[in-house]
Design a protein around this ligand. Structure first.
Ligand code: NI
Length: 173
């Protein structure tokens, strides 16, 4: 397994739209394993989308790790087929937007269709933290970051803050 490098803003590669997985093969399973390894190595992440590690494919791994209990779910080609009218606001963060958190409004529940890495299809209604997380991760597959849901001013502040942090640690990528 390999720990992959996580892209951070303002890397333009985070803005691309990812394409569907068409073949469920060994290579896909290896990518999924590497993504979990990368997620767990991050220490505080609960979800990772493939474009965050420069793979332009519709793959998402989530492990909410609630009460210290690991519960990984792999979403291949996830698609939201229904958003609840009811919304809620929660604080979000992102491994590609380090050390920045902000309130984002999302649908409270979503009905999602997806495949696992063996090509088995699922369809479920997701709520709570899992609902927020899958909406956040599917956004990544479409080149959208959680800060894109904020006002222009707040978004600029987030980008400035992250640029400054990168400079301080001598990382000018
Ligand atoms: Ni994210």
């Amino acid at each position: 397994m390999t720990i992959l490098k996580i892209l951070t803003i303002p890397d333009p590669r985070l803005k691309h739209k990812s394409s569907d997985i068409e073949v469920f093969n060994k290579e896909l399973k290896k990518t999924v394993k590497d993504m979990y390894e990368t997620l767990y190595a991050s220490g505080n992440g609960i979800g990772l989308a493939a474009p965050q590690v420069d793979i332009r494919k519709r793959i998402v791994v989530i492990d909410l790790n609630e009460d210290g209990k690991s519960s990984p779910i792999t979403f291949i080609n996830p698609k939201i087929i229904k958003f609840s009218d009811e919304k809620f606001i929660n604080q979000e963060g992102c491994l590609s937007v380090p050390e920045y958190y902000a309130d984002v409004e999302r649908a409270k529940e979503v009905e999602v269709e997806w495949f696992n890495d063996s090509g088995v299809k699922f369809k479920k209604k997701l709520s709570g933290l899992l609902s927020i997380c899958i909406q956040h991760e599917i956004d990544h597959l479409d080149g959208v970051l959680f800060i894109d849901h904020l006002s222009t001013l707040k978004r600029k502040m987030a980008i400035q803050k992250i640029k400054k942090t990168k400079k301080n640690i001598g990382n000018n990528e």
